[in-house]
Design a protein. Structure first.
Length: 658
C-alpha cells in the first residue's frame, strides 16, 4: 500500500471514513448501558492497578504532586490498551461475523457492544493524551524538576530554554527531510503534521522492537536464574562489591565537594556582606545534609583551593542548587540500591539457614512481623508460617522453572507469529488462528485476545523497567524511585503504546477496527511487515548469545567490564562481597537491638537517608546516629585491580521489584 502524504493525513487525523457506514452492526436493544458499565468497571480496575504499581515505586510524600498526577495519567493510558485493544478486536470480529452470516444469532454476541464513534473517541483520548505527554509534558517536567532557579517563573523559563535547545537540534537534523516533503511531495501544513506524527511513531516502533526482543529472551532467562539461589547469592555478593566501590563512593564524593563549595560560598557571602543572595543561599543550605564540623572544614578547604572571585554570583548559586539536587538524588539512589542488595542477601541467607529445620519456620532476621499475623490465633499463625516455609523453600524454585518454561513457549509462539504473519496463505499466525472461530463463547474469545496482548506488553514494559542509564535513570522498589527516573520511564512507555497496538492488529490480521480508523493500516512504516521480523530476530540473537558482552570486551571498555560478573572467575570479588555483607549484618543487628533500624522508606526522611550515607565513613562521627554505619577499608579489602579475560554481563537482580 503506497502511503501518500494525503493518505497519511486523512488516516492520522481520523478522517478516513471508508467503510465506516457498516463498521458496526448493532442491535437497538438496551444493552449499551451494560457495555458502558463493564467498561467503567475495567477502568476502575486499571486505575487501581496503576496506583498500586506506582505505590511500590515512588514515595507520594517526596515526589511533587504535578509529577505524580502526570505520571499516573501516562501509566493509565499505557496500561489501558490491555482493556481497549481486546475490546476493539472482539467488536470487529462480531461485526465481520454478522455481516458475513446475515444473521446475528449465529455469532457470539460480546458483553460490551458500543457504537463505532464511541470506541473511536476512547482511542483518540488514549492516543493523543499519551502523544502530547511524551513529547511535551514529560521532557519539560524532567528539566523543571532539576532546575536550580528559586522562583517558579524562573524555573519555567529555564525548563523552556532547555527544551528549546533540544527542539532546535532536532529541527536542524530534520530540515532536509522537511524540505524534501515541501519541494518534492508538495504537501501542506496539515500533511506535514501528519508526517511528523508518523515519524514519531516510527521511532516508537523501533523502541518497541528493541524492548520486545530483549524481554522475549531475558525474561525466561531471569526466571530460570532466580530458581538457582546459589547463583543469585553469588551475583548479589558480586554486585555488592561493584556498587560499594564505584557508584556509592563516587556519589558521596561528589556530594562532599558540593557541600564544601556551598559552605565556602556561604562564608564568602557573609564576609563581603552580599545580602542580596542570602535568601536564595538559605534555601540551598537547608537542602544540604547535616554533617560534622570537622568534615565541613575539610570540604571548605578543598573548595577554597580551586574557586575564584568570579564564582560568587547568583548564576553560580543557581548552578550549585541544580548540582545539589542531582547529587542528593544520586546518593539516595545508590544508597537505596546498596540497602536493597543487602536486604536480598540477608533474606537468601535466612532461607538457606532455615532449610531442613524441624519446626519448618523461616526465621527472618530483619523482616518485621505483619500486624495481621500477630492478631491471629497461635495455631493459625503457625500453619501460615509452615505454609510460607514449604512455599519458599521447596515450591518457589520449581515455580520459577515452570514459569520460565512457560515464558519460553510463549516467546517461541510470539516469534513464530511475528515472522510468519506476513504470509498470506496459509494462515500461519497463531494470534489469528486463536480468534478465528466466531462461535466460541465470549469469555474464551476475550482470553485468546487479551493473553497475547498481555504477554507482549509484559515483555516490553519489563525490559523498559529494568533499564539503567549510568546511574541516572533506574526504577527501584520500596518507593525509592526518584522523579526524574519515573518521568523518563513514563515518557518511553507512552511512546510505545501506539506501536504495541499496531503490531498486534497486524499479527492477528484483524481489519476494520476503530484503531485503524484513527491510525490507518500500513502507514506507520511502508515496509513494516518486511523489516520488523528481521530486526526482531537480530535483537533476539544479540541478547541470546550476549553479543553486547563480546563487543564490550573486544573494544576493551574497562570502565564497563571491570565489574562484569562471571560465575567461574569472580570468586575473589564474591569473597569480598561476603565480607562486606557480614560486616553490614553486624551493624544491622546492632541497630535492630537498639531499635534504631528503619527499613521502611515511609518512616525515614530524605535528610536522614542522606545523613546515613554521607556520614558512613572510616572516620568516626558522633551526634547524628546512635551507631553510625562504617564501611571497611576498601584498600585492604579490594587490593589491586585484576584484569579478567572472560566476561559475561548480567543485568542487576532487580527484576522481582514489580
Amino acid at each position: 500500500m503506497q502511503a501518500t502524504p494525503q493518505k497519511i493525513s486523512s488516516l492520522w487525523m481520523g478522517r478516513d471514513k471508508e467503510n465506516t457506514s457498516d463498521r458496526f452492526v448493532m442491535d437497538s436493544g438496551g444493552s449499551e448501558w451494560q457495555g458502558w458499565l463493564l467498561i467503567t468497571v475495567g477502568i476502575i480496575l486499571v486505575s487501581i492497578s496503576v496506583l498500586g504499581a506506582l505505590n511500590q515505586l515512588i514515595n507520594f510524600r517526596k515526589i511533587p504532586l504535578y509529577v505524580t498526577v502526570s505520571v499516573y495519567i501516562g501509566w493509565f493510558c499505557c496500561f489501558g490498551i490491555l482493556l481497549l485493544l481486546p475490546l476493539d478486536v472482539i467488536m470487529s470480529l462480531y461485526t465481520s461475523c454478522s455481516k458475513a452470516n446475515g444473521q446475528q444469532g449465529s455469532c457470539t454476541r460480546p458483553w460490551v457492544l458500543l457504537e463505532d464513534h464511541e470506541l473511536l473517541i476512547l482511542w483518540r483520548i488514549v492516543y493523543w493524551t499519551a502523544y502530547i505527554l511524551c513529547w511535551t509534558a514529560y521532557p519539560f517536567l524532567q528539566a523543571y524538576v532539576y532546575t536550580g532557579d528559586f522562583r517558579w517563573v524562573d524555573k519555567i523559563k529555564s525548563a523552556l530554554r532547555a527544551q528549546l535547545r533540544y527542539w532546535l537540534i532536532l529541527l536542524c537534523v530534520l530540515t532536509p527531510f522537511v524540505i524534501y516533503l515541501f519541494a518534492v511531495q508538495r504537501i501542506g501544513g496539515r500533511q506535514l503534521i501528519a508526517a511528523a506524527m508518523a515519524a514519531a511513531n516510527v521511532w516508537g516502533l523501533f523502541l518497541f522492537i528493541c524492548f520486545l526482543g530483549n524481554g522475549m529472551v531475558e525474561l525466561p532467562r531471569s526466571l530460570w536464574q532466580k530458581s538457582n539461589r546459589s547463583f543469585r547469592m553469588k551475583k548479589l555478593h558480586f554486585d555488592l562489591v561493584a556498587q560499594k566501590k564505584s557508584a556509592l563512593v563516587a556519589a558521596r564524593n561528589r556530594l562532599d565537594e558540593l557541600i564544601g563549595e556551598i559552605k565556602y560560598y556561604d562564608h564568602h557571602v557573609t564576609a563581603n556582606n552580599n545580602f542580596h543572595v542570602r535568601p536564595q543561599l538559605e534555601v540551598v543550605i537547608q537542602q544540604c545534609p547535616k554533617v560534622e564540623k570537622e568534615l565541613y572544614v575539610r570540604m571548605q578547604e578543598r573548595a577554597s583551593s580551586r574557586l575564584g572571585r568570579e564564582y560568587y554570583h547568583l548564576e553560580h548559586l543557581v548552578t550549585l542548587h541544580q548540582d545539589l539536587k542531582l547529587a542528593r538524588d544520586e546518593v539516595l539512589r545508590t544508597k537505596s540500591i546498596f540497602d536493597i542488595t543487602l536486604k536480598r542477601i540477608f533474606e537468601l541467607e535466612d532461607i538457606t539457614k532455615s532449610r531442613g529445620n524441624s519446626n519448618m519456620i523461616i526465621r527472618w532476621s530483619f523482616e518485621k512481623r505483619r500486624r495481621i499475623l500477630r492478631r491471629l490465633h497461635t495455631n493459625l499463625r503457625h500453619l501460615l508460617e509452615k505454609a510460607e516455609y514449604v512455599w519458599i523453600v521447596y515450591l518457589q524454585p520449581v515455580a520459577y522453572k515452570l514459569f520460565a518454561f512457560f515464558c519460553v513457549v510463549c516467546s517461541a509462539v510470539l516469534l513464530w507469529t511475528e515472522v510468519f504473519f506476513t504470509v498470506p496463505k496459509p494462515d500461519l499466525s497463531v494470534f489469528s488462528l486463536l480468534i478465528s472461530d466466531h462461535g466460541r463463547p465470549y469469555l474464551f474469545q476475550w482470553l485468546f485476545t487479551a493473553a497475547p496482548v498481555a504477554y507482549i506488553v509484559y515483555c516490553t514494559y519489563w525490559s523498559l523497567f529494568r533499564i539503567q542509564l549510568f546511574n541516572y535513570v533506574r526504577l527501584l522498589p520500596d518507593r525509592h524511585t526518584d522523579a526524574n527516573s519515573i518521568l523518563w520511564v513514563t515518557m518511553y512507555l507512552c511512546r510505545m503504546t501506539a506501536p504495541i497496538a499496531y503490531n498486534y492488529l497486524l499479527a492477528s490480521r484483524v481489519d476494520n477496527t476503530s484503531y485503524y480508523l484513527l491510525m490507518g493500516k500500513n502507514v506507520l512504516f511502508e515496509n513494516y511487515e518486511r523489516f520488523f521480523p528481521l530486526v526482531l530476530i537480530v535483537v533476539i540473537l544479540i541478547n541470546m548469545f550476549n553479543l553486547r558482552t563480546v563487543f564490550i570486551h573486544k573494544f576493551c571498555f574497562k570502565s564497563l567490564h571491570r565489574y562484569a560478573f562471571h560465575e567461574q572467575i569472580s570468586d575473589d570479588y564474591i569473597m569480598q562481597g561476603m565480607d562486606i555483607a557480614a560486616h553490614e549484618r553486624e551493624i544491622w543487628e546492632r541497630k535492630r537491638l537498639e531499635g534504631s533500624l528503619t527499613l521502611s522508606p515511609m518512616a525515614r526522611t530524605e535528610d536522614e537517608e542522606i545523613r546515613i550515607s554521607i556520614q558512613d565513613r572510616d572516620t568516626p562521627t558522633t551526634g547524628i546516629l546512635r551507631e553510625p554505619l562504617r564501611f571497611p577499608d576498601f584498600g585492604k579489602i579490594f587490593g589491586t585491580n585484576r584484569e579478567k579475560k572472560k566476561y559475561q554481563l548480567l543485568s542487576d537482580d532487580d527484576d522481582d521489584r514489580l
